[in-house]
Design a protein around this ligand. Structure first.
Ligand SMILES: *Cc1c(COP(=O)(O)O)cnc(C)c1O
Length: 392
């Protein structure tokens, strides 16, 4: 069988399983109004939780830095790609999150793979929640460490996996907020387990920063934990910070080790200086303009009240991620298509992103949604899911 024949056979299998994927072209956006494949839709699948991707100050910072420093960094950070704006962003992030040092990397995926490969080897054990983001699982696999996964949110099993590990290098790694279910990890329990077994606790807070905590600083703030309790914190910048890249926060010794040995950091072009400048502004907005976080919280609260009143089968999530369970792929796709006809952009999430039989609509709320848009979505969801029940 030729390569093409083999690929076509795989595609046919995905077809039969309703798991084909395609991209939609977004040609315009204004707030959460998007022109998608030529049709105007309200976007309820954006990760731009605070609206910073479109904030005028963030855009201005990006434009000014590009005018001053150019577009590409034109080098790895260790060669010629490390600009003053990168340095400033790292200092600012470390101060804001209360860490000694920070490292700005090209993406969250690369950050997690880079960290785990740089600190773990085949004598290490890495204990992880089964629902952790794919790049945390990949990072542990690529490192050669013994990857031990515990059932989602099962702290008894997490403790047992750590207890049975016989190694000097034990890592306990979790998402702060789980990206497909929207639930928060029990950070207090994870911290206690890490203490008990002398494990290094590493948290990826992609969906916690900007969302959880009194001032939106994320899962640690919400759980009352400090930097000393979570030695490695990863903040991907493509979600609430509205940009691209990731900030790794840790002690100076850890950051120094990563910047000298993490392969995706060494062998990849540094992110654009303009992106660093934009993210500096996003962090400043997070720190100084509480209205964005307050507005997001109000939208989450409003959505939850209305969804409950409408009897929608929502998962128990207090974050910007509000999944609506569909079960099989076909129904998730059908709901997504019906919403599209009604003017909403809500993506269907299917395996392998979620377990078999757990396909869903992943609804996300942002500070830019209006109350009217949320009410209209609830009405459409009630009609669509009600339809289904009617036909058994
Ligand atoms: C999105 C995400 C990542 C990947 O970050 P990118 O910057 O998009 O590569 C990592 N971890 C979690 C939990 C995420 O949701």
């Amino acid at each position: 069988m030729t390569l093409i024949e083999r690929l076509r056979r795989h595609a046919a299998e995905r077809d039969a399983a309703h798991s084909r994927r395609s991209r939609h072209v977004q040609s315009q956006r204004s707030g959460m109004l998007a022109e998608c494949d030529g049709k105007s839709l309200i976007n309820f699948s954006s990760n731009d939780y605070l609206g910073f991707a479109q904030h005028p100050d963030v855009i201005a910072a990006f434009q000014q830095a590009a005018a001053r420093d150019g577009v590409g960094s034109a080098g790895s950070a260790l060669v010629t790609g490390h600009f003053a704006v990168h340095r400033e962003l790292e200092l600012q992030a470390a101060a804001l999150f209360g860490y000694e040092a920070a490292l700005f990397t090209g993406s969250g995926y690369l950050a997690n793979i880079g960290i785990l490969q740089a600190v773990l080897d085949d004598k290490s054990v890495c204990v992880q929640d089964k629902f952790n983001h794919a790049c945390l699982l990949d990072g542990a696999r690529f490192s050669g460490a013994d990857l031990k996964r515990y059932p989602h949110a099962d702290m008894v099993q997490a403790d047992a996996r750590c207890a049975e590990a016989k190694t000097d290098t034990l890592f306990l790694v979790s998402d702060g907020v789980f990206s497909m279910d929207g639930d928060a990890a029990d950070l207090e329990a994870l911290h206690a387990i890490a203490e008990r077994h002398r494990a290094t606790l590493m948290i990826d807070d992609a969906h916690g920063v900007g969302v959880l905590g009194e001032t939106g600083l994320g899962s640690l703030q919400a759980a009352g934990l400090r930097a000393a309790d979570v030695p490695i914190l990863v903040v991907p910048a493509g979600k609430a910070l509205g940009g691209q890249g990731a900030l790794i926060l840790a002690q100076g010794d850890i950051i120094q080790h990563l910047l000298e040995t993490a392969r995706p950091y060494l062998f990849s072009t540094a992110p654009s200086p303009a992106m660093a400048a934009a993210l500096s502004t996003a962090l400043r907005l997070l720190e100084t303009q509480p209205q964005h976080h307050a507005r997001l919280q109000e939208n989450i609260r409003h959505f939850r009240i209305r969804a409950e009143a409408a009897g929608l089968p929502m998962l128990d999530s207090q974050t910007a991620i509000q999944p609506l369970m569909a079960g099989d792929n076909e129904r998730a796709l059908q709901w997504s298509a019906q919403l599209r006809d009604a003017g909403f952009w809500v993506s269907a999430i299917r395996p392998p992103t979620v377990p078999q039989g757990k396909s869903r609509l992943r609804i996300t709320l942002t500070a830019l949604h209006t109350t009217q848009q949320i009410d209209a979505l609830i009405k459409a969801l009630a009609e669509i899911t009600g339809d289904h029940d009617g036909h058994g």
